[in-house]
Design a protein. Structure first.
Length: 338
């Protein structure tokens, strides 16, 4: 009598996770140690690179989701960065007693509202941006590039009208100035805070994308939009939510970038835009994990090369992108149908 045993769950093949791109971060960090020579200097540069990478990831993660789900090339993403930076600067300016205090908790009590306000304003601007500029050009990449770049220029002019055309200083809150000393290594306090905030944002995004229904629909929409729509879900409603969330993340990243650079300018978003697109190309267009790994690689490489060979630091990111694309033409974690 033939066996009627049903296949067990263990018989179902599971896709193995590709750890190799993530291992590149550790390889790059370890390769920098003998080149730099001093362990204390290496630790300082590594933490600075991780902080930079975390901030860039926060900014770029929204853009890579927007492209992955909406197939929109938003070259105006920089306006949300600059808007978030200026809003955060204004909020911190209204709380001088909190930022001048030597208490870390009072400083955080000023920074958190500043970041939330930056996210709120950037999200609202993103909503208007999507409705007025992006919606008429869905599926038309060339027009998307042109109209979103035009939108960024208009946004920069609005910023100049409200806050002025010149760069402005943004001093760090008192308790976040200076550095913590670990042996012979000095690690800036704000950069440690940036690493923590970046890790929290990453955890929140991974939880949302992997453990919630909305996240499931977003990931499914990235993989196969037509299939999700055929199941009765209105994927267009997700478009607006994802675009607003991506804009809000850019605002959050802009506020952190402004404090990281200790200054703001209307053109700061445009200057960061190039770095963001390099990150999402390295990671794989539409891939959140790839965006995270790419941002860490860019942050570490920029700090190591800036210390070892400052004259070629500007080209190190482009060189990394070329090497990654020669190895994996679709990026570190390519997304299906891209």
């Amino acid at each position: 009598m033939p066996s009627t045993a049903t296949p067990t769950a263990s018989a179902i093949p599971k896709a193995s996770f590709d750890w190799l791109p993530m291992a590149l971060v550790a390889v790059l960090a370890l390769a920098g140690l003998p080149l730099i020579g001093s362990p204390s200097t290496w630790l300082t540069l590594t933490v600075a690179g991780l902080a930079m990478g975390m901030i860039v990831f926060i900014i770029a993660s929204g853009l890579t989701l927007v492209f992955g789900l909406m197939d929109v090339l938003n070259f105006g993403h920089g306006v949300f960065i600059a808007m978030g930076a200026f809003v955060a600067m204004s909020v911190l300016g209204f709380m001088p007693n909190w930022t001048a205090s030597s208490s870390l908790w009072m400083n955080l009590g000023a920074i958190v509202p500043a970041m939330l306000a930056a996210m709120l304003v950037a999200g609202v601007v993103g909503l208007a941006f999507e409705r007025l500029l992006v919606r008429p050009v869905y599926g038309q990449h060339l027009k998307q590039i042109l109209i979103t770049m035009g939108g960024m220029i208009v946004g920069e002019e609005i910023i100049k009208v409200i806050w002025g055309p010149g760069p402005q200083a943004l001093p760090l809150p008192e308790a976040l100035k200076g550095a913590l000393v670990f042996g012979d290594a000095a690690v800036e306090k704000f950069r440690l805070l940036a690493v923590v905030i970046g890790a929290l944002v990453l955890a929140a995004m991974l939880f949302t994308l992997n453990r919630t229904k909305i996240g499931l629909l977003i990931r499914a929409g990235v993989q196969d939009r037509e299939m999700v729509e055929s199941l009765g879900y209105r994927i267009r409603r997700l478009f607006i939510g994802v675009f607003v969330a991506g804009s809000a993340l850019a605002g959050l990243g802009g506020s952190l970038w402004a404090m990281y650079q200790q200054g703001v300018s209307p053109q700061m978003g445009a200057s960061v835009n190039v770095l963001i697109f390099i990150v999402i190309i390295i990671g794989g267009l539409g891939s959140t994990l790839g965006c995270f790994v790419g941002a860490l690689l860019i942050g570490l490489l920029a700090n190591y090369v800036g210390f070892l060979a400052p004259k070629v630091a500007m080209f190190s990111n482009i060189g990394l992108m070329v090497l990654v694309l020669l190895w994996r033409p679709q990026g570190l974690y390519p997304v299906a149908n891209r």
